[in-house]
Design a binder for this molecule. Sequence first.
Ligand code: SPM
Length: 399
Amino acid sequence: MHRFVARYFPCREYLDESFLAQFARDDPTTTASSAMSSDAAAAASSTPATAQANLNRLQNGWFSEINVQWEGIACSLQVEEVLFEQKSEYQDIMVFRSKSFGNVLVLDGVIQLTTRDESAYQEMIAHLPLYSHPNPKHVLIIGGGDGGVIREVVKHAGVETITICEIDKVVIEAGKKFFPTVAAAWDDKRVTLECGDGAVYLAKPENKGRFDVIITDSSDPIGPAASLFESPFYQSMNEALKDGGKVCTQAESMWLHLDLIAKLVKDSSHTFANVEYATTQIPTYPAGQIGLLLCSKQLSGRKVPTCTKPTRKVPAKELDKYKYYTSELHEASFVLPAFVRARVEEAKETAKKEKDELKAKDAAAGGSAKKGSKKRASTGVVAEEDEKDAKAAKAEESQ
Ligand code: SPM
């Protein structure tokens, strides 16, 4: 089993056949068929094991998001009709029409969006970084194949290019077919699609210093998005940003994944000049809530960068384009419950201590972190930020 999964999902022992067998006791063809179209029912009879497990989550006309990543809790939605079921090269994809939350996109058994509440996620993951940046021109979206984040980014008239790197073409096609109000902006002339692995794309030398804002709209860390939760990915995002750039990533639930959140905050704090955590409420994600990690790259000579205050407001004549995001909600989303704030602060503090220790070690080793060097060979931690931090602190002092 992947080391990362083993560390951050304590109920991992159920991820094997015994976990799935527990749900295979009821005959899936009888329990699921009442809610399935005939096409989907036909597909079910020849479905591979993982897709079969997906169907086993359909019981008596309800879909339950039973998953090792959130032990003992599951969101259930009443199903009117299964519209689409396919195993792509990367994952199981299912779309169903629900009784009260519209169409639902499910990847590997996990709800990605419903047409009723998707705005609570797509608007926040896009507009928190975009409105924190004074003048974003070049935006990269990693994941987000349903098109929802593109729909939000195009609302910013100053944005000149929008690059989206999605690994799974089938998700893009399913989005266009079953979620037309979400996949509404693919035709915008600023949009370019790069089909492939986001981590590989970002690491390309030609992408260094290219973007003002990077938005990582990923699925969860078990599956094709696993590498997007690892430290090297944060280093690549930092390197792909222009000075003063902003990153926003899907960062899981404070009720379910506090250890993972602390890891993400610590790892990214090694790399970025500032890291902040925001939350949004969304009924169809586990525990009804999801977090977003906001990382800022230093702009030389400026104060510590932050995303907590919008630098621009939604233009008055465009207020009706937004269902969820407001400038007030922008600031409020960074106000954390005490137990979350404590872990986030602790993780930042730990990262600071680790960085200081590394600096001290370097100094003791006779200045192996030479001026102009970009990486510490022993850790891979980017030293460039430290130099910029020091310059910025000096500039602030002299103001
Ligand atoms: N554009 C919408 C894609 C959604 N991407 C994020 C999906 C996350 C689903 N799982 C949430 C689990 C939270 N702990």
